[in-house]
Design a protein around this ligand. Structure first.
Ligand code: X8Z
Ligand code: ZN
Length: 614
């Protein structure tokens, strides 16, 4: 994930109104009573705001890095303070930017003013006490998730952190054990409930002070369209893909039923959430081995290959870096290898959820990830490096433009590269000896779909839930109920045991306590296939998209870099057009990629009498 202005913006959301007022008390109090603003004054305001914003962002980045790498009461406090300062400053600048609303500014300045108005990711109210409270609540929620553990049978010497629970849920096929692990991890959320409700109150108050309906409307304002348009846009994209998801759901339910029996998996109803190989049932690739799709003769197990070759954690990252280098990008800086966290330390709590950082907005790029030597983390490492190469590509832009075209773009870049990790590519770099025949495409597409298609409704619903919470359509006393209604409606899954309002299951998902927006991942799933289709076209490739790898193609690299280098300087449709020639987010690239699988799934479901829907 991109930290700058995302977690930093969110975590910090608040602090600086007091700070900015202290710096310039007159400016903070005089709105409504001054002489008409001028373009020159606007320029001066922007220059100052950008430079201060740059400094505060970097300070907050560093504090958050330390906090997430060494979670203690002290580092939480230090991160809270730095983020408070940034957040309050952003809120104040957002307010002040309105003083220039009457001017017609040159395009670039106008865009900066707009971005400044949106820069407070999760703004605190102007009241200094409330700012402090919000920043502390945010830091403590983030820390709680990082410290989260499941201690089976209450045995404190045998506790499992999120990585260990994830591994168990990926590999165990014992439904009782899976249920215990699922419940064990989900207990991490419960203590967060009150603080989460308070966080919502404060963030909404801050958002309203800046003229937004609520914090959700602020989040949805970051897409160069009206907030309600974004809601419609995501619903439109989902409707394009829903039939494919339902077909996959039907097939997987039928196969799980075969494995676990009718008692555990119903014929028609939703799938129990603990059986899908993932703590949150968000991606189902870990139950691939339970699917009896036709395996081609030369099929391979990348996890096993990586293990057999004794690939180490840095070796995993080297594969990702080498791909970018093959496209013409410069190698990662030496400091990346020295300063990143690649392994879970044995002696302290860290936030293991993978993230990519640009500490100084120059070249201090890092990742923080508790890497496992698996096929899944091979993909995640490409995802993270996508963030780092994006960060580097736009670091020549002015501070306010140092971000992706929209947040879905940031999440899509590394995944686009990972789509090029095809069997042909693996053979080229010597990881496999033979490429499975084209007849194995269905099997390959099924593996991909268990990751990409299975994720779509989850990617959509996390923020559907938050938007409803922020809009006060869902009140604290129905947080969990609303969560499970959405999980059932969109994903067709149910919890393995009854849940109540003493649980807080959204809190067991990193992005909720860390207050990181999630719709970006839904958008990224769509965008990465658009990016991939365009880049493959650039290389002259005309075959099936799942077999296309852009590895080594400098023309594709150049085209990609051209878009990345634009950062946030232009509305996202312009950036999209630079890479793809298209100006709309469009699910057709994804649908085309999976078209052969769609036909196959529909036939299988029919032949096996697997009903569709729940
Ligand atoms: O959080 C992430 C990345 C870091 S930005 C590892 N992802 C989402 C998740 O894990 O829930 C990538 C896919 C969705
Ligand atoms: Zn990411």
């Amino acid at each position: 994930m991109k930290r700058l202005r995302m977690v930093a913006g969110a975590l910090a959301g608040l602090i600086l109104a007091g700070f900015a007022a202290a710096q310039n008390p007159a400016a903070a109090k005089t709105s409504g009573k001054k002489s008409s603003p001028t373009v020159a004054a606007a320029q001066e305001f922007l220059d100052e705001a950008e430079s201060r914003y740059f400094d505060l962002t970097n300070k907050a980045q560093r504090a958050s890095w330390v906090e997430e790498n060494f979670i203690t009461d002290d580092t939480e406090e230090i991160a809270a303070q730095a983020n408070q300062e940034l957040s309050a400053f952003s809120a104040e600048m957002s307010r002040k930017a309105h003083e220039f609303d009457s001017l017609t500014l040159p395009t670039e300045m106008a865009r900066k003013m707009l971005l400044l108005k949106l820069s407070a990711g999760f703004p605190a109210p102007a009241d200094a006490k409330e700012q402090k409270e919000l920043s502390q609540v945010l830091a403590s929620l983030d820390g709680d998730y990082g410290k989260g553990k499941w201690c089976p049978s209450g045995n404190a010497s045998k506790c499992l952190d999120v990585t260990a629970v994830g591994k168990l849920m990926a590999t165990s096929r014992d439904p009782e054990e899976l249920k215990r692990a699922w419940m064990g991890w989900h207990a991490v959320g419960a203590p967060m409930r009150q603080r989460y409700a308070r966080m919502v109150e404060l963030g909404n108050k801050g958002s309203r002070e800046l003229g937004f309906r609520d914090a959700g409307a602020l989040w949805r304002s970051n897409y160069d369209m009206a907030p309600d348009e974004l809601t419609k846009e995501t619903d439109r994209l989902w409707e394009q893909l829903r039939p494919l998801y339902e077909s996959l759901h039907a097939y997987v339910r039928g196969q799980l039923r075969k494995k676990y029996g009718n008692e555990i998996v119903p014929a028609h109803g939703p799938i129990p959430a603990h059986l899908l190989g993932n703590i949150w049932s968000q991606e189902w690739n870990n139950v691939y081995s339970l699917m009896d799709s036709p395996k081609p003769p030369q099929s391979y197990d990348l996890t096993k290959i990586l293990e057999d070759r004794r690939t180490d954690v840095q070796g995993m990252a080297r594969y990702g870096e080498a791909f970018f280098i093959s496209l013409g990008f410069a190698p990662l800086p030496k400091t990346f290898w020295e300063r990143s966290l690649f392994t879970k330390p044995a002696d302290r709590d860290v936030v293991c959820h993978a993230s990519a950082w640009d500490i100084d907005s120059k070249d201090d790029l890092r990742i923080k990830m508790c890497i496992q030597i698996t096929e899944e983390d091979f993909r995640v490492i490409h995802h993270e490096l996508g963030h780092n190469f994006y960060q580097r590509a736009y670091n020549g832009q002015p501070p306010l433009f140092q971000n992706s075209a929209n947040d879905g773009f940031h999440e899509a870049v590394g995944d686009t590269i990972a789509l090029s990790v095809t069997p042909e590519y693996l053979k080229k770099i010597g990881l496999i000896d033979a490429v499975p025949e084209a007849s194995g495409d269905i099997d390959y597409l099924l593996q991909q779909a268990l990751e990409k298609i299975a994720f779509l409704p989850f990617g959509l619903l996390v923020d559907k839930w938050r938007w409803e919470v922020f809009a006060n359509q869902v009140k604290p006393e129905e947080y969990n109920k609303a969560w499970w209604e959405l999980r059932r409606k969109y994903q067709g899954i149910v919890p393995p045991v009854e849940r109540t309002e003493s649980d807080f299951d959204p809190g067991a998902k990193y992005h909720v306590p860390s207050n990181t927006p999630y719709m970006r991942y839904f958008l990224a799933r769509i965008l990465q296939f658009q990016f991939q289709r365009a880049l493959c076209r650039e290389t002259g490739y005309t075959g099936p998209l799942d077999r296309c790898s852009i590895y080594g193609n400098k023309a594709a690299g150049e085209r990609l870099n051209k878009m990345l280098g634009m950062g946030l300087s232009k509305p996202w449709p312009e950036a999209l057009a630079v890479l793809t020639g298209e100006t709309q987010m469009d699910a057709s690239a994804l649908a085309d990629y999976f078209a052969p699988l769609r036909t196959w799934l529909d036939e299988e479901n029919k032949a096996n009498h697997y009903p569709v829907g729940w």
